[in-house]
Design a protein around this ligand. Structure first.
Ligand SMILES: [Zn+2]
Length: 167
C-alpha cells in the first residue's frame, strides 16, 4: 500500500496502465483513469497532478481531463501544455473512452442534430450563432469530449457540448 499518485489518498494499489506503465492509484482514480465516471470533486486533484514532473502522473491527469468534457477541465487543458510524447501516451488508449454529452447529459454521436441553448459568438467569423439554431450532422471532436463540430450559417465551427441539446 502506498499513496495515490493522482490524489494523494492512502491505500493506493499498483495499477497497470494502458498502453504502458504502472502507477499507484486509489480505487477511485484507477476507475477514472480507465474511463469510468467519477464524482467531480474527487478530480480537483487533477489541478495539481497535470503539472507533475512525472510524465506518467501528468499523462494520467491529462487523459482524465480530456474524458471529462467539463468546462473547468477544458480550462485546465488549455492552460497546461505537456510534452507531445506525454499527450500521445495519454490519448493513445484514452480516446476510446471519450463520451460526448449534451447539456442534459444525453450521449451525442456523429450525425446527430443538436439545438443551441444560448447565443454563441463565433470567434473569428464575425457572427453570433443564435439560441434555438438547429445544427445538423454534427461530428465529435476526437480528442476532446467537450467539443463538437457543426455547420452554422454555412461555416464549420467548433461548439461546446455544454451549450447544446440533442434534438
Ligand atoms: Zn486517487
Amino acid at each position: 500500500m502506498s499513496q495515490c499518485q493522482l490524489c494523494g489518498a492512502d491505500a493506493a494499489e499498483n495499477t497497470s496502465l494502458q498502453p504502458s506503465g504502472e502507477a499507484a492509484l486509489c480505487v477511485v482514480c484507477a476507475a477514472g483513469v480507465a474511463g469510468e465516471a467519477v464524482d467531480g470533486p474527487h478530480w480537483q486533484c487533477l489541478h495539481e497532478a497535470v503539472w507533475s514532473a512525472d510524465p506518467l502522473v501528468q499523462g494520467m491527469a491529462w487523459r482524465v481531463l480530456h474524458g471529462l468534457g467539463a468546462p473547468w477541465a477544458n480550462d485546465v487543458i488549455d492552460m497546461c501544455d505537456p510534452e507531445q510524447s506525454v499527450q500521445d501516451w495519454a490519448l493513445a488508449e484514452g480516446l476510446a473512452a471519450l463520451v460526448h454529452r449534451d447539456s442534459n447529459g444525453a450521449v451525442l454521436a456523429n450525425g446527430d442534430t443538436v439545438t443551441l441553448i444560448k447565443d454563441l459568438p463565433v470567434k473569428g467569423a464575425g457572427f453570433t450563432a443564435k439560441r434555438g439554431t438547429a445544427v445538423r450532422g454534427i461530428s465529435l471532436v476526437q480528442d476532446n469530449a467537450g467539443h463538437i463540430e457543426g455547420r452554422v450559417e454555412g461555416q464549420r465551427i467548433v461548439i461546446l457540448t455544454e451549450f447544446v441539446k440533442k434534438s
